[in-house]
Design a binder for this molecule. Structure first.
Ligand SMILES: NC(=O)c1ccc[n+]([C@@H]2O[C@H](COP(=O)([O-])OP(=O)(O)OC[C@H]3O[C@@H](n4cnc5c(N)ncnc54)[C@H](O)[C@@H]3O)[C@@H](O)[C@H]2O)c1
Length: 268
């Protein structure tokens, strides 16, 4: 590995790809050396991200770019329907990959573990790279030990594909690990409009709001007799994710084992 961590950004033309490339290339120990997206462009990628010229445009073939520039790590913020193929491409080229794309199933995680072992290459996946959101999840897990009646409300921009968010699912899974099994609400409850009470994981409800204007907000609301506790995190701009992605990239390039690491919580 060279002194600087050399990164290929996959999903480079997207909202996250551009914001992260601008932020990571401003760090002393990081360098963006390639950009991949199905929306390719000959325009200098630096200009597309609002930073100085980087000397290359966006290409559309991840395998070819990895072969050409031999990065230390790929960062993937693409789309749930394509991310598995991207991970396989990176690890089969023995290139570690940090993944922020959401929408994985447990079966996907098991498949990724198989690939990690087969190609002896690590993968880091986090449903939320904002440090404040990681703390929100930790605090929610702690609160659930004492206040087991809980619902999650998450709010994102209206172009988000998956619902509920990966962060909401991770939060509920963390809470489920410590919360006593509990039937919440009225057993006679019925929905006048299907879906009014939201999705459900382990007896806990989750509500997904999709509106222009939001980046990402989540409230974990705990109710008990005579009181309500609300733990809330707001990502106000995509810069919120830069330190977490940098931390994951720094960690994964030093790993020798072919392992799947999940969630930033493991690094704090
Ligand atoms: N983990 C986190 O902290 C975090 C934070 C924000 C967003 N996300 C997730 O990141 C993903 C991207 O979010 P976004 O807001 O930037 O979306 P976006 O739609 O703005 O960007 C996605 C980009 O991926 C590109 N793309 C699609 N298929 C591709 C392929 N096969 N190869 C290469 N590029 C491809 C698209 O053309 C697009 O430019 C989503 O899954 C979102 O939920 C995660």
């Amino acid at each position: 590995m060279s002194e600087q961590i050399r990164i290929v950004m996959n999903g480079a033309a997207g909202k996250m790809g551009r914001a992260l490339s601008a932020g990571l290339s401003a760090l002393e120990n990081m360098q963006i050396v390639g950009a991949v997206d199905i929306k390719c462009s000959d325009v200098d990628y630096g200009f597309l991200c609002g930073v100085n010229a980087l000397g290359f445009g966006i290409k559309n073939d991840l395998a070819a770019v990895i072969d050409e520039v031999k990065p230390d790590v790929v960062v993937d913020f693409t789309s749930p329907g394509v991310v598995m193929e991207n991970i396989r491409t990176a690890v089969s080229h023995k290139t570690p990959i940090v993944v922020g794309t959401t929408g994985f199933s447990e079966a996907d995680f098991r498949q990724i573990e198989v690939w990690c072992a087969r190609y002896e290459t690590p993968v880091f996946i986090a449903s939320n790279f904002a440090l404040g959101a990681v703390l929100m999840m930790r605090f929610a897990r702690e609160a659930a030990k004492y206040m087991p009646h809980v619902e999650v409300i998450e709010r994102h921009h209206d172009q988000k594909l998956d619902a509920p968010s990966g962060t909401a699912v991770t939060t509920l899974e963390m809470i489920a690990d410590v919360r006593k099994p509990l039937a919440q609400g009225n057993t006679q409850e019925f929905e006048r409009l299907p879906g009014s009470r939201g999705g459900e994981l382990d007896g806990m409800r989750v509500h997904s709001v999709r509106l222009p204007g939001y980046v990402a907000t989540q409230e974990v609301v705990f109710g008990a007799t005579g009181q309500v506790l609300c733990i809330r995190h707001d990502a106000l701009s995509r810069e919120a994710y830069i330190p977490g992605v940098a931390m994951a990239a720094e960690h994964i390039v030093g790993l020798k084992e072919g392992v799947l690491l999940r969630d930033l919580d493991t690094l704090l």
